[in-house]
Design a protein around this ligand. Structure first.
Ligand code: ADP
Length: 676
């Protein structure tokens, strides 16, 4: 250890100048700072301004006077503890005794050997230096202790000491705060500590303590604490065993830290990553949600229920799970009580507002609000949730449903800290649902496209066969019989060929229209049009075809019905509806009715043909959608799609009513002029 060289000062008090000089000369080799005072007053002044390692008072023969000076120096606070060494010419035992009584450390003869004086002075100087060092060490120690106390406090650490034979425990305030008990709580024994530890973690902690004592090794244990005021905390305890001189353990010292936040974070992260895995693993959303509910009920909740929003606005309860296997029957019954979306139940509210609803205290009143029937209330009473967390699952496009997490029994109540985790899970579940929907849509689109390609190639090929047959026949007639044979068959063959070419060009036009609609290029050339005249005109064009299949076209209308529409597009709409009625009309009459309607103009096209299955009614207006087998009927499944696009571009609507074998009625409502 390196000793710091201290600069000690020595006060020499002597009324005689020459003896002061002698003293100075004697002590000079000690290399000290020597301060001289020629009188008691002078000496008092000096001690008021400076600390001395030693005061040397030479009293000569004036012993009584010297004692007065010595007393004065003793009485001054600053020099009270400074060693005082008296020099006198005759240090008789009585005087030495008197000097000691006054508090002087010694009384020497002034005529003493200089060596002896130097040795004595050196002893006191060294003592002074040691004292100064000790004082500094004490100050440093106090500072270090203060720093340590601050660090412990700022870092939330608590400290403790366990006396081994007695099991007496000393726990700091920080330690008590880690355990969730007030500073005046009697945490003074190992048993009191154990009573605070979660029953499931108690044995683990005891084992860790005993292992550390048995092996004299460090102690480490993380455990849950159940404070008397409720709630649940996680505490990390670290410590070490202290051994006595005989090597036997006598105690343990250590620290504690509240790690609740960290443990909750880890638990939530673990839950979320496992839930994500489950959600992405299965392509069946209901199955994935059931697995997530089971996971939630085994980690973050006592039970979990998932309700999905249906197309019709109602809920479907797709997943339920309870932590306790003994409650399986009860939780399965919950499936029967799907919440109503039209009344103000907590689930419906969470969905309507798109907000998470946290019920830290799920009261009997909340239970009553949630129950859809007395039987449901009975089940809720058996489940007995004390806190509930409802989170809506939503993506930017839509709401998907609600996840309900509930805790019961000894489980800690949900609080704000659980909301983030629940919302994150709901986000992941909603995006899994969205992905599943996209996948379904994509698969359906691919299926439709494949079906379309097969239908389209068949449809495009159908007119080509009669066309090429007729061309061959014509060529053969020219070769075989010359112009006479040709003239005979030409009108009929040309008619057939014209019809096939028209069919081909209609198909190609339909395809072109679809591509126009898809790229938003369907523009309308508006002009004044008489809808009644237009319907008559289109019907007259279809007359021959209708006649061929035995359909009668019947039109009912009164006078003209003028509006501002795109003539050619409207002709296309009427043609599509009429050609479908002829195609699917089973040779029965077709009724067309034109007149005023709720939006302005109304056109109804009704046939008495094969009709449409209910399942297909909403989809036949979609792209490539067909409701008949391709073996029996041709068609690209585009006519009604294009029709609806044209009608909607005019601000109108089209609807269908039909049943299999009952014919079909298509109704068109059109405003008389542009609506935008
Ligand atoms: P397609 O070219 O296949 O007829 P559409 O888009 O015009 O295509 O019609 C779609 C589907 O709607 C048809 O495949 C058919 O199943 C059904 N459909 C349309 N009109 C009628 C109708 N008048 N009677 C019965 N079914 C019809």
């Amino acid at each position: 250890m390196v000793h710091e060289v201290l600069h000690a000062s020595l006060l020499l008090v002597d009324g005689r100048q020459e003896s002061l000089l002698t003293l100075e000369a004697t002590l000079a080799p000690l290399n000290l700072r020597l301060v001289t005072a020629s009188s008691a007053e002078d000496a008092l002044r000096r001690v008021l301004h400076e600390d001395f390692a030693l005061i040397l008072l030479d009293v000569h023969q004036e012993w009584e006077e010297g004692l007065v000076s010595a007393r004065l120096l003793r009485e001054v606070w600053r020099s009270r503890s400074t060693p005082l060494l008296l020099l006198t010419e005759t240090p008789e035992p009585a005087r030495v005794k008197e000097a000691h009584a006054l508090g002087a450390v010694d009384c020497l003869a002034s005529s003493h050997d200089p060596e002896v004086l130097r040795a004595k002075v050196s002893v006191f100087i060294e003592l002074h230096q040691r004292n100064a060092e000790l004082r500094r060490a004490r100050v440093a120690l106090a500072e270090r202790e203060e720093r340590l106390r601050f660090i412990l406090q700022a870092s939330g650490l608590g400290h403790w000491r366990l006396e081994l034979p007695t099991r007496r425990l000393e726990a700091s305030e920080g330690c008590k705060s880690n355990f969730g008990v007030p500073p005046d709580w009697e945490l003074s024994s190992y048993e009191a500590l154990l009573s605070l530890i979660h029953p499931e973690d108690r044995q683990g902690m005891v084992n860790a303590v005993e292992r550390a004592i048995a092996t004299c090794a460090d102690y480490s244990a993380d455990y849950r604490v159940v404070p008397p005021g409720g709630g649940l905390r996680w505490v990390a305890a670290r410590g070490r065993v202290e051994c006595g001189p005989d090597g036997m353990p006598v105690g343990m010292v250590g620290i504690t830290l509240d790690i609740t936040e960290r443990m909750r974070g880890e638990q939530k992260l673990g839950f979320l990553s496992e839930a994500s895995r489950l959600l992405t693993e299965s392509l069946e959303p209901d199955e994935a949600l059931q697995r997530v509910a089971r996971l939630a009920a085994s980690s973050v909740a006592t039970y979990c229920v998932v309700d999905l929003l249906q197309e019709d606005g109602g809920f479907q309860r797709v997943a339920v799970a309870h932590q306790e296997p003994s409650m399986e029957d009860v939780i399965q019954q919950v499936r029967r009580f799907t919440p109503r979306s039209d009344v103000s139940t907590p689930v419906a509210e969470a969905l309507r507002h798109g907000w998470t609803k946290l019920y830290t205290d799920f009261t009997l009143e909340h239970r009553r609000q949630s129950a859809v029937s007395p039987a449901h209330l009975e089940i809720l009473d058996r489940l007995d949730p004390h806190s509930v967390l409802l989170v809506p699952m939503k993506t930017r496009e839509r709401s998907w449903g609600v996840i309900t997490f509930a805790r019961a029994g000894a489980a800690e109540r949900f609080d704000e800290g659980d909301v983030d985790m629940a919302e994150e899970l709901a986000r992941r579940a909603a995006s899994a649902l969205e992905n599943a929907r996209l996948l379904r849509t994509t698969q359906e689109a691919v299926r439709l496209r494949d079906e379309f390609l097969s239908v389209a190639s068949h449809e495009l090929k159908t007119p080509l066969t009669p066309l090429s047959l007729k061309l061959h026949a014509l060529a053969r007639s020219v070769n075989d019989g010359g112009l006479a044979g040709l003239e005979r068959r030409l009108p009929g063959d040309v008619d057939v060929m014209r019809r096939q070419v028209k069919r081909l060009s209609d198909l190609v036009n339909e395809l072109l229209d679809v591509s126009r609609i898809s790229s938003g290029r369907l523009s309308l050339a508006l002009e004044e049009v008489d809808l009644v005249a237009l319907v008559h005109e289109v019907c007259s064009r279809f007359e021959p075809e209708a006649e061929r299949v035995g359909c009668r076209l019947q039109i009912r209308s009164d006078g003209a019905l003028l509006g501002c529409w795109d003539r050619l597009r409207l002709e296309q709409v009427v043609s599509n509806l009429l050609s479908n009625s002829i195609k699917y009309g089973a040779g029965k009459p077709i009724h067309l009715q034109v007149g005023a309607g709720e939006r302005g103009a109304r056109l109804v096209v009704r046939d008495e043909g094969i009709g449409i299955q209910e399942e297909a009614l909403s989809r036949i207006f979609g792209k490539f959608e067909r409701a008949v087998s391709e073996r029996n009927y041709g068609g690209l499944g585009l006519g009604l799609y294009i029709t609806r696009q044209i009608v909607e571009a005019h601000g109108g609507i089209i609807r269908v009513e039909s049943a299999p074998g009952q014919g079909a009625t298509f109704t068109l409502e059109l405003p008389l002029g542009p609506t935008r």
